[in-house]
Design a protein around this ligand. Sequence first.
Ligand code: IPM
Ligand code: MG
Length: 354
Amino acid sequence: MKKIIVIPGDGIGKEITDSAVAVLKKVDEKFNIGLEFEYRDAGGASYDKYGEPLTAETLEACKAADAVLFGAVGGPKWDNIEVSKRPEKALFGLRKGLGLYGNLRPVKIYDALIDGSPLKPEIVAGSDILIVRELVGGIYFGERCESEFVDGVERAWDTEIYSVPEIERIVKLGFESAQKRRKKLTSVDKANVLASSRLWRRVVKEMAKNYPDVELNLMYVDNCAAQLAINPKQFDVIVTSNMFGDILSDEFAAIGGSLGLLPSASIGELTSFFESISGSAPDIAGKNIANPIGCILSAAMLLRFSLKEEKAAHAVEMAVDKTLADGFRTAEIYKDGLKKCSTTEMTQAIVDRI
Ligand code: IPM
Ligand code: MG
């Protein structure tokens, strides 16, 4: 049996993981994988029950599993609790605890959804990008100070540190990902200002010698943000630091038309971890209107990366393509003349097409 830990978390997390599990059960039936699901809490849901966003037992259960399927964490209910107990801490605890140094965020522009993009169709059509984001280092995990007084003036600070081995392992993932795709890698940094970026750039240039088949581009993050809106088709794989990857991946997601459509895989030293990049969307939670596709496609990545079930992964992706081509749309991507559907109806439509 393959054990999958399901962590619904907060907000729309329960609805979208229910959808992904329904899809996984259908694939299991069809491809005889032998899946076993175990549910755990994290984020606000865990804080409410156990007083902490991530318990040691949950982390241990994840370490022992074949894969983790994650919903989302956070919401206004927990906005005012102590920083160390915030729901997001669950994510950081899992990222660090499982050694998830590489976050893969593929952004594909569906033909059926092109008019949902804020960019002109001729600019965005055919874009297909993979962001490889460093996930356990940089400014997210550097030393910080929430508040201190210097000469009577209050201030706060964060630090960005990257070591050579940390840069090497994520850049290696970037080059290897590019080798499996269109063989173009763009490394994004802010080397005109930041020391950590200058080291990053030096390491990338050095490593490029080992990948002569990959065309390397070095780009500043501000330019990358602009290029993304001007000509997204120029990109194949982008490798970048934790914070730049966070920001750019939301921009990429937005040009695709909806954050709810995009999956992600976080891979590293132990169990890999799969989540939609939609976030917990507390404003629409519990209404059965969230788009489950990002989470369902994350389940497809889980099948591919953790379980090596390429056929099953492909079947899920094809079913999503077909469902969109057949006109099914959740509220946030709905247009006149198409089939407006709820979370559960979208899920059923996808399950029926597997
Ligand atoms: C993401 C999210 C998280 C991050 C938040 C929820 C802490 O934005 O996964 O991109 O910044 O990493
Ligand atoms: Mg983000």
